[in-house]
Structures are given as structure tokens and as C-alpha cells.
Design a protein around this ligand. Structure first.
Ligand code: ADP
Ligand code: MG
Length: 292
């Protein structure tokens, strides 16, 4: 494309909140076959709210929530903010944790009031050898509703679960339809559970779902598709998406997300909704058509 046509396209993009890094990103995006999208914060609002609290054994709801909030005050994950706010609303008292550790894509651990507390997905519980069979049915029901269920363990024993719901962005289903019309295959990649991911995907026309994937898995998925000869774009908002964004032919960051995501991206969507991707694709195609 000519420098002029690229300037025009990037200028139009910028006006619409679609920041295109350089000519290369624009040209490459015209040739992309597959768009991989993260779920939380990309397809959904990324503002989850606490919906369910299920204590197990002799722990009370408020006690469970106090432990959850104490841990999550140390975390920057979107789920953490939701859990802290929801816990405080339901009467959790303020406590702090020590030895806080975050296990990317799995959850968090720490010590609260002399007790070892862990909070996260099934993979985290497996890693810590905590049996959650007694909670499995309840978790599955919540997940079938599209909610994210997280297990809590105290001193190595299961202590209950908490669930949050995150609404699909209003613009997402129409944008997916438009992207299909522009010839893209849409693949969801999420660290969340399979059942939750499927429930969300069924609200829109996602071609393929990869659930329970770690940040490294997301990167590997991009690489695998590229090795098949496909040109791949990845859209994500989080720290956990950075490896995949870097691996993709075109990385697309939600401007509303983490700074690292923006740093590894060729395209940044200021408003953070998928319509920006539709816009970028149309601009890219128009620019490339002009030069051929
Ligand atoms: P996504 O790919 O949807 O953005 P992540 O990879 O960040 O999700 O997280 C995957 C899963 O790990 C979450 O669905 C949750 O079960 C668990 N998890 C991650 N961080 C936390 C946290 N701070 N607190 C509780 N659970 C967490
Ligand atoms: Mg995310």
C-alpha cells in the first residue's frame, strides 16, 4: 500500500478509536484467516459480579467470604475485584493475608489468620491435592449458567465455592456476525472451565472453543494454527494474553485492559469492543484493494 493510503486508513481508524501501530499491522490484518478471542474482558464486560456462595462443612458464609476477600485484596485479576466487592457487600470483615501468591491462570493462595487458604479453579485444587468431588455437581450447574465457579480450600480441605457472572458485551454477537461476513473464523481461548466457556459461546456464533488453557497454551494455539499455514490474529485484554498476542501475526489489545497487552499489540481498541476489529478489518481490506 502507498504511504498515503496507509496514513488515511490509520487516521480513520484513530478517529474511531482503533489505533493501528504501523503499515505492517494494517497490511497483515487484511490477510488474517483466524481470529482468536479471549473470553473474560474481551467477549464479556470483564466486570463480573459475585452471584453464589456455597460453604462446605462447618464454615459459615461470612467466614468463607472473609477468607476470600482477604486473599483477593492482593490480586489484580478482574475476578478479584468482583469477589472483594461482593464479599464486603455480604458482610465479610476486613482481614489481610500474608505469603500471598498468584498462580497465573489458576488462582491465588495465602495465609489468613494462621490458616492456609487457596482459591481458584479445578486445576489449582488438583495441584494442591484438594478433593472437590462433593462440590462438583454444584459447580457444574453454575458453569452451565455461564458462571465462573471457584473453589476454596482451607488448610488443605475443601471449604466451599464462590461463583461470579460476567455479562456478554452488548456489541459482541453482532460484531461476531460481521467478522464472519468478512471471512474470519472465530476461535475462543479461555482459562475458564469448558462448561462455562461453552455456555458463553452458545450465546454467539463461535466456531471453536478452547477452555482451561494457560497463558502458554494460548500462545501454543496461535503457533499451531500458524504452522498450519493460517494467518492468525489474537484479541485479548490481560497479562495472561501477552504470550499469544506476541506470537500472533496481528495482536489486538483491548485498550481497557492491561498495559502489557497494549505493548505487545499491533492494533489497540480504545473502546475495547469487537466492533473495533470489524472496523480495522474493513480499513485493512480497503487499503489493500486500492493498491492491487
Ligand atoms: P481468562 O482466560 O478467561 O481471562 P484466566 O486465565 O485469567 O482467565 O483465569 C483462568 C481461571 O483461573 C479463572 O476462570 C479462575 O477460575 C482462575 N483464577 C485466575 N485468577 C484468579 C483469582 N485471582 N482468583 C480466583 N480465581 C482465579
Ligand atoms: Mg481476559
Amino acid at each position: 500500500a502507498t504511504p498515503m493510503s496507509i496514513m488515511v486508513a490509520t487516521g480513520r481508524g484513530a478517529n474511531a478509536g482503533v489505533l493501528i501501530r504501523d503499515a505492517e499491522a494494517l497490511e497483515r490484518f487484511a490477510g488474517v484467516d483466524v481470529l482468536i478471542v479471549d473470553k473474560t474482558g474481551t467477549l464479556t464486560e470483564g466486570k463480573p459480579t459475585l452471584t453464589d456462595v456455597v460453604p462446605q462443612g462447618d464454615i459459615h458464609e461470612v467466614e468463607l467470604l472473609t477468607l476470600v476477600a482477604a486473599l483477593e485484596r492482593g490480586s489484580e485479576h478482574p475476578l478479584a475485584e468482583a469477589l472483594v466487592a461482593g464479599a464486603e457487600e455480604r458482610g465479610a470483615s476486613r482481614q489481610d493475608s500474608t505469603d500471598f501468591e498468584s498462580v497465573t491462570g489458576k488462582g491465588v493462595t495465602g495465609t489468613v489468620d494462621g490458616r492456609r487458604v487457596a482459591l481458584g479453579n479445578e486445576a489449582l485444587m488438583r495441584e494442591l491435592s484438594v478433593g472437590v468431588e462433593a462440590l462438583a455437581d454444584r459447580a457444574a450447574t453454575l458453569q452451565a449458567e455461564g458462571k465462573t465457579a471457584m473453589f476454596v480450600a482451607v488448610d488443605g480441605q475443601p471449604a466451599g465455592l464462590v461463583a461470579v457472572a460476567d455479562r456478554v458485551k452488548q456489541t459482541t454477537p453482532d460484531a461476531i456476525r460481521a467478522l464472519h461476513g468478512l471471512g474470519l473464523r472465530i476461535v475462543m481461548a479461555t482459562g475458564d472451565a469448558q462448561v462455562t466457556a461453552q455456555a458463553v459461546a452458545s450465546e454467539m456464533n463461535i466456531d471453536e472453543v478452547h477452555a482451561g488453557v494457560s497463558p502458554e497454551d494460548k500462545g501454543a494455539l496461535v503457533k499451531r494454527l500458524r504452522d498450519e499455514g493460517l494467518s492468525v490474529a489474537m484479541a485479548g485484554d490481560g497479562v495472561n494474553d501477552a504470550p499469544a498476542l506476541a506470537e500472533a501475526d496481528v495482536g489486538i489489545a483491548m485498550g481497557t485492559g492491561a498495559d502489557v497487552a497494549v505493548e505487545s499489540a499491533g492494533i489497540t481498541l480504545v473502546k475495547g469492543d469487537l466492533n473495533g476489529i470489524v472496523r480495522a478489518r474493513k480499513l485493512a481490506e480497503a487499503t489493500m484493494r486500492n493498491i492491487r
